[in-house]
Design a binder for this molecule. Sequence first.
Ligand code: HEM
Length: 176
Amino acid sequence: MQHSAAWLDMDRVIGEFSDWLSATPFSLVIQTQEWIIPAIQSMHIMAVSVIMGSAIMIDLKLLGVAARGSSISDANRRFLPWIWSAMGLLLLTGALLTAAEPRRELLNDIFRLKMGLILLIVAVTAAFQHTVRRNSAAWDEDPGKKMPARLLAIGSLAVWVAILFCGRWIAYVEHG
Ligand code: HEM
């Protein structure tokens, strides 16, 4: 993809950092022990299944098609802790995969898009958690909240799916 001069300059710095990182003993261990990368990838995928499952449960509740007998606050109490712990494991395993092949990830446009979408979904999820905690009666009972809840569910599901696609797509895009 064509980049402007400022981007190229930033890519050069990131490239130099990547070369330094991939020559560190830490990165070299991950690169040379053949079992490490597939083991980390497997943990990454297990965390993906936990995070997607939990997000889908909350979003189906917001859409009004699942857990009709319980409240949005209940769904948040049950599933948000799984989302945050899985995100911690994804960050850790994702950082290890990046440390193993920094150029492949840090200079890859799809990897960058994925990181941007993750920042977006973390901000939206944290804001949602905060507003439901402060205002649980309205979220649980006010019919006026139905439309915003549905839009939030569809929007956040779309972002989660986009992140998942980006994760797999990184391998098929040229990098520096
Ligand atoms: C939180 C920070 C995260 C980081 C730093 C990260 C980083 C990475 C890296 C470096 C890869 C390897 C890509 C490659 O070289 O082919 C990867 C793969 C992947 N990631 Fe993430 N990731 C994160 C979160 C997520 C999330 C939240 C999801 C989905 C909801 C996700 C889904 C995937 C998928 C599906 C793959 C493909 C795995 C494979 O093909 O073996 N990641 N991730």
